[in-house]
Design a binder for this molecule. Structure first.
Ligand code: GLN
Length: 485
């Protein structure tokens, strides 16, 4: 019997179609693996074994009747910021403990409509605020490559689950890097689609002008397959783009010929871990060998991206999180007056990072400060976007490290919010500008920790970043390595 938990989406799909194994066997194997390793990793907040096995048995029956939907019988993990009807959804926050949503997010619903099965909900920084999954109200997730280290965040549970073979693939969300950075730190592939490419209906909102849902997978092909299913316009989300969804798998090619790859000169001067920089430089040479054209470019406003991002995202978060008042859903702590009730509930339910961001965001939006902070940030955001627009007239993709360092130790940056923020230096621009981006494994540091390479593309440029990522991946074996658990 082949090792079923090693399989990604494409391989699982092929095995199911050929009758080499059933969906029940595949689902059982993944649930068994979760039993074995998740006690040490805590990638999942909860699993839904009964539901999953029932759906798997149904998938096997349907297949016998000729059903061949693309994801029929393939189990997946879902980040706990995506609502799932009948399954508790907390966004990693105590304020939503016990909340069971009345409907399912469009992206998840599309996966299920394609035949996929939900294995469970994965851990996340509270309301997706963080870069390490340590801000979860339910305890940290550990990195499968080294349990003393963080898996990245905020989709750290999804990244760890995929890296540890606890799921063939997972969904995460990316507001400032939360799909790409944990993918890099866990040695898997993470794709952030362009703003508007995937519906956010049923996604618990963090920064509404930045949030996107994307897949975390064991290969670039799998990222293309999942994007194919979740992409497209949705009448429930007016920010989705009406553009047609191309055939992403068909765009993949083992050659990178003709792809112009921009290397931003500004990205190699800051404090990058030397092994990360070395791996990226070798990858650039590899791209040249594959036929890509390497073009030095300038993105001088890069250093402004972090302050702009943290101004915009906290402002939006402060508005989005106003709804958690202890009356409509989740935790409710009685107070003497209605205002006291809000205060007690929010005081008890939100963790320290969430409170810090609500305070920062409220301040940035308050009368008298709005122009100096929020408005100014939006103006600089436009400048950054114009810089990228100019760059994309000269190149097809922009290459950089995904994260300046490999996985750091649990606890190392908890008391230093500034150090934590700096880990987002290469990822936030994509969200500020609505671009698409992908992280693929590109090596290991001296301690055996994975390194990720980021490719950014213009809005709706998913085909080109997937093509470049695939060509690179197929010419290396980084994505085939597995942690020793
Ligand atoms: N680390 C960033 C933040 O805390 C990004 C998080 C995300 O993409 N959800 O805001």
């Amino acid at each position: 019997m082949e090792q079923l938990t090693n399989l990604g989406v494409a391989d699982a799909r092929a095995g199911l179609a050929d009758g080499r194994f059933s969906s029940v066997e595949l689902t059982q194997a993944n649930l068994q693996r979760i039993e074995e390793v998740d006690g040490a990793l805590h990638a999942y907040l909860r699993t839904t074994p009964a539901k999953a096995l029932e759906a798997a048995a149904e998938a096997d029956r349907l297949r016998a009747d000729g059903d061949d939907r693309p994801l029929l019988g393939v189990p997946l993990a879902i980040k706990d910021v995506l609502m799932t009807e009948g399954i508790e959804t907390t966004a990693g926050s105590r304020i939503l403990e016990g909340f069971v949503p009345p409907y399912t997010a469009t992206a998840v619903q599309k996966l299920e409509a394609a035949g996929a099965i939900v294995l469970g909900k994965t851990n996340t920084d509270e309301f997706a605020m963080g870069s390490s999954t340590e801000n979860s109200g339910y305890g940290a997730t550990r990195n499968p490559w080294d349990a003393e280290r963080v898996p990245g965040g905020s989709s750290g549970g999804s990244a760890a689950a995929v890296a540890a073979d606890e799921a063939p693939a997972a969904l995460g969300t990316d507001t400032g890097g939360s799909v790409r950075q944990p993918a890099a730190l866990c040695g898997v592939v993470g794709l952030k689609p362009s703003y508007g490419r995937v519906s956010r209906y049923g996604l618990i909102a963090y920064g509404s002008s930045l949030d996107q849902i994307g897949p975390l997978t064991k290969s670039v092909v799998d990222a293309a397959l999942l994007l194919q299913v979740i992409a497209g316009a949705d009448s429930h989300d007016s920010t989705t783009l009406p553009a047609d969804v191309p055939n992403y798998a068909e765009a993949l090619s083992e050659k990178a010929e003709g792809i112009r790859i921009g290397i931003p000169q500004e990205y190699f001067v800051q404090g990058i871990q030397p092994e990360v920089e070395a791996a990226i430089r070798i990858a650039i040479e590899q791209f040249a060998t594959l036929g890509a054209e390497i073009v030095p470019i300038q993105l001088p406003s890069t250093e402004l991206a972090l302050p702009v991002y943290y101004m915009v995202v906290t402002a939006e978060a402060s508005a989005n999180l106003a709804r958690y008042d202890g009356i409509r859903f989740g935790l409710s702590v009685d107070g003497e007056t209605i205002f006291d009730h809000f205060r007690q509930t929010r005081g008890a339910g939100f963790g320290p990072e969430v409170k810090r961001r609500i305070m920062l965001g409220t301040y940035a939006l308050s009368a008298g400060y709005y122009d100096a902070y929020y408005l100014k940030a939006q103006q600089v955001r436009t400048l950054i976007r114009q810089e990228f627009e100019r760059a994309f007239t000269e190149v097809d993709v922009v290459l950089s490290p995904t994260s300046p360092t490999t996985a750091f130790r649990i606890g190392e940056k908890v008391d230093d919010p500034m150090a934590m923020i700096l880990t987002d230096i290469f990822t936030t621009t994509a969200n500020l500008c609505g671009l698409c981006g992908i992280s693929v494994p590109c090596g290991f540091d001296g301690e055996g920790l994975p390194i990720g390479l980021q490719l950014l593309g213009p809005s709706l440029g998913e085909e080109v970043i997937l093509r470049a990522a695939y060509a690179y991946e197929q010419s290396t074996d980084w994505h085939l390595r597995r942690p020793n658990l």
